[in-house]
Structures are given as structure tokens and as C-alpha cells.
Design a protein around this ligand. Structure first.
Ligand code: ARG
Length: 472
């Protein structure tokens, strides 16, 4: 008996004699996921109704009633007074049914020349733009935090690694700026995802276009879309813009995860390069001394989830014929999860960076170990006319001897060096001075003090330019 009541409610009730059970209705519904697009859905319907009136398809009075009715629905949702009913499959049906209940026949004219396929594509694009923009703002904030910590610690020397083995000393600022540029590219990827979504799908009318004289340009302008979809079949079945967003989220999470990995071992007892604020650490229930970098671990862990969101949608889309297929209803849940996860992770990371303490002395001490000035010592010999290959071998042997004696390169006197090779003169000890080793790397983009100063300026300029791009 209840089943029949549900049937009469369905927007396609006319053709149907039986209705889904409560279970299959819930299984088929996307309302729990897509209700967060309610603002986009209302904006789309208002623009569509205004256009229908302009084109003489519905009366101006109907359009006015529809606009007022939609605003009233919007106010109820905003105030948390709107009751979402799972008998409505999705947000589009939910809003339209409530509208029609409130304003009568005019509500029934809203769906003229439009399909839910256009609506879901339009709402998803409209909403995806907002999501990309929100993430771009959060990305700017993290970049600002990285730039601040790089500026504040300018001059701090630390070991640089390859293969996780000490390689050459670098400035801590240089290391932080490496992440700054990763997140700068992520910002650009989010902008690209925004642009991909910035195309109007409404007016595709299920798949083939419609016989009504729709003005799609007008609707695009009303909704702030930069372009109108060129092909109605593509417009209703394209989800590339969501994939672009999920991909942008995935790459950004990968960058966050790499940074987390460094934060985790930097804060270990062995490294002790940084100390995380208590606010971004947790304790152990059994070991009183523990202070764990849980939040960094969690972001690293959540990266897998976000990759899963991207792979899920790629897989959902791979076998779909044109045009709309219900499979595509699975598109939003994963992407929203990816967006939420990245957004939260960005906030946590920015806070973690802003509150962490840099143990400059420990980093500096670390830069003296591992024979990281060896390349410079070889280069010194090259400067005295020794062929590089030969110089490499001489210094290699020297490192081996030091290792056996438990000495660093900086502990060798000029006399000891001269004994190893006649080309080592008084100034050879300067070749291994850690600050000078860093300073000598004057290449554009290198870790030398001057090069990093320039890089800090460029990073600042880019931050300002990207902030202006967002109109923030
Ligand atoms: N709820 C659907 C979705 O999220 C929109 C409706 C699609 N149209 C249809 N004929 N089933 O994809």
C-alpha cells in the first residue's frame, strides 16, 4: 500500500504501474550525496525559468512564481528546515517536487525543454567550479605558510639527500621552497579543473537538444559559465571535469604525503630536525614519553583514499556508451570525498608548518657529517688543473681514510690535506667549509644564498599573482 503511494509521487508516475521497494528506492537514490549541490540546482533552475520566459515558452508570471518559490526552498534548505525525503531520487527531484507543492502548476512548467541529465551535469559543473576555487584558496594559504617558514629560517643549512644518503648541504629554505613550487603547480591544476568545468550543459535536453527555442548563451551568462557545450550528447555524458578535479586532488595529496614523510622522520629522535607543536601531535596510551606525528601520518594515509576516488571514477567511466547512463550517478561521491580530504589535509598541513619548531643547530650539525663537501674538494683540485676523474679518485680515497679514522672533512688541517695531494694548498680548508659549499651553488634555481634569495622573491611574486588570479 505504501509502495503505491510512493509510485504516485514519482515524477514519471504516469507510465508506471508498480514502484520500487523502499530498499531499491534507497539503493537507486543519489540524494544523500548530491544534496550538497542544492545551491547550484536552484541557480540552474532560476536561470532556466528566466530564459524560458524571455523566449516566450512560459509566461513571465510563471517565471516569477518559480523564482520566488525556488528562493523560498533555498531559504528553507539554508536554515536547515527542509526535509529531504529519500523518495526523491536526487536533489533535482527533491527541489522540483517541493517547488510544485508550493506554487502549483507553474512548478510543473519548469522542466520544459530540460532533462535531469542536463541538470546533473550542470549542477556538477557549477559545484565543481566552487570546489576547485575553495581548494585553490586553501592551497594559497599553505603556500604562504611554506614561504613564511622559508623566509624566517633563511640561512639555516641542512643536509640534502639523494637515495636518503647525505649528498650536499642545502638551505632549509631551499628545501621548503621545493614544496612551495609543487603546491604552486597544484594550484595551476586546480585552475585547469575549474576551467574544464566552466562549460554549460543545460539545454542539452537529455541527449539530442530540444524543439523549444532555448537561449543557451543567456543561461550561460546567468550562471557564470564561460562557454556553452558544443555537443548535447557530449555535454550530458562528459565527466572529464570531475576526473580533472580528482586528479588535481590526487597529485596534491601525493605532494602532501611526501612532505608528511619528511616531517615524520625529521621529528624522530634520530633526526630531531624539527619539533612539532603539541597541537599537531598525539601521545601514547602506554608509553608516557611518546609524541607521535599522527596528523602527518594520517594525511599520508588518506592519500591512498584519494587515489582510490580517482581510480574509481576512471573505472566507472571506461565502458560507458553515449549518452547518459545511470552508472554516472556514482561520479560525485568519490570526487566530493577527494575534495573534502584534500581540503582538510591542506588546513592541517598549513597549521602544522606554521607551528613547528626548526632545530637549526641540529640541521647544521648534520650538514657536517657524511662528507658532503667531497664534491667541492674535487672541484678544488679541478681548479688547480687536476682532471675531474683523477680528482674524484683522490677525494674518494681521502673519504675512505677519514672514515677509517672517524674524522669529518672539516676536521682535516691544511697540512693533512697537502699530504694527500700536492695540489691542496692553504685555502683547501675553505673548500670544505659548509657555508661556503652552499654559497658556491650560485646557479639559477640552486641552493646558494643569493639564488635562494631570488627564489624567495619569485615565490612571493607568484603568490601575489595567483592570489589576484582568484580575485582574492
Ligand atoms: N540522479 C542522477 C545522477 O545523479 C541524475 C538523473 C539522471 N537521469 C536519469 N534519467 N536517470 O546521475
Amino acid at each position: 500500500m505504501e509502495e503505491n503511494e510512493r509510485k504516485s509521487d514519482a515524477l514519471w508516475g504516469g507510465r508506471f504501474e508498480d514502484s520500487p521497494t523502499e530498499f531499491t528506492q534507497a539503493f537507486g537514490a543519489s540524494l544523500p550525496v548530491d544534496k550538497r549541490m542544492w545551491e547550484s540546482d536552484i541557480a540552474g533552475s532560476k536561470a532556466h525559468a528566466a530564459m524560458l520566459a524571455r523566449q516566450g515558452v512560459i509566461s513571465q508570471q510563471d517565471a516569477d512564481d518559480i523564482r520566488a518559490g525556488l528562493d523560498a526552498v533555498g531559504e528553507r534548505i539554508d536554515a536547515g528546515e527542509f526535509e529531504f525525503d529519500i523518495d526523491d531520487e536526487d536533489i533535482h527531484m527533491s527541489i522540483e517536487r517541493n517547488l510544485t507543492e508550493a506554487i502549483g502548476a507553474a512548478g510543473g512548467r519548469l522542466h520544459t525543454g530540460r532533462s535531469r541529465n542536463d541538470q546533473v551535469a550542470t549542477d556538477a559543473r557549477h559545484h565543481a567550479k566552487k570546489l576547485s576555487e575553495g581548494l585553490a584558496h586553501q592551497m594559497l594559504d599553505l603556500r604562504a605558510a611554506l614561504l613564511d617558514i622559508a623566509n624566517e629560517n633563511y640561512g639555516v643549512v641542512m643536509p640534502g639527500y639523494t637515495h636518503m644518503q647525505k649528498a650536499q648541504p642545502v638551505l632549509f629554505s631551499h628545501h621548503m621552497l621545493a614544496y612551495y613550487w609543487m603546491f604552486t603547480r597544484d594550484f595551476t591544476r586546480l585552475k585547469a579543473a575549474y576551467d574544464a568545468a566552466d562549460v554549460l550543459a543545460l539545454g542539452s535536453a537529455a541527449l539530442a537538444g530540444t524543439t523549444y527555442p532555448l537561449d543557451r548563451e543567456f543561461v550561460a551568462r546567468e550562471l557564470g559559465f564561460a562557454a556553452v557545450g558544443e555537443n548535447s550528447m557530449d555535454a550530458v555524458s562528459d565527466r572529464d571535469f570531475l576526473l580533472d578535479l580528482a586528479y588535481a586532488c590526487s597529485v596534491a595529496m601525493m605532494h602532501l604525503s611526501r612532505l608528511c614523510e619528511e616531517i615524520i622522520y625529521w621529528s624522530s629522535n634520530e633526526f630531531n630536525f624539527i619539533r612539532l607543536s603539541d597541537a599537531y601531535s598525539t601521545g601514547s596510551s602506554i608509553m608516557p614519553q611518546k609524541k607521535n606525528p599522527d596528523f602527518a601520518e594520517l594525511i599520508r594515509g588518506k592519500t591512498g583514499r584519494v587515489y582510490g576516488d580517482l581510480m574509481g571514477l576512471l573505472t566507472t567511466m571506461k565502458g560507458l556508451p553515449l549518452a547518459y547512463n545511470k552508472d554516472m550517478q556514482e561520479d560525485k561521491e568519490g570526487v566530493f570525498d577527494a575534495v573534502d580530504t584534500l581540503g582538510n589535509s591542506l588546513v592541517v598541513m598549513a597549521g602544522m608548518i606554521r607551528t613547528m619548531h626548526v632545530n637549526a643547530d641540529v640541521m647544521r650539525a648534520g650538514a657536517h657529517g657524511g662528507f658532503m663537501a667531497a664534491t667541492d674538494l674535487a672541484d678544488y683540485l679541478v681548479g688547480k688543473g687536476v682532471p675531474f676523474r683523477e680528482a674524484h679518485a683522490i677525494v674518494g680515497k681521502l673519504v675512505l681514510d677519514c672514515e677509517k679514522q672517524g674524522k669529518t672533512l672539516q676536521e682535516l688541517s691544511a697540512a693533512e690535506l697537502a699530504q694527500v695531494d700536492e695540489h691542496f694548498a692553504e685555502d683547501a680548508v675553505e673548500a670544505v667549509d659548509i657555508d661556503k659549499v652552499v654559497e658556491r651553488r650560485t646557479t639559477y634555481g640552486g641552493t646558494g644564498h643569493e639564488a635562494v634569495k631570488l627564489q624567495l622573491e619569485h615565490a612571493q611574486e607568484r603568490l601575489i599573482a595567483d592570489t589576484q588570479l582568484l580575485g582574492a
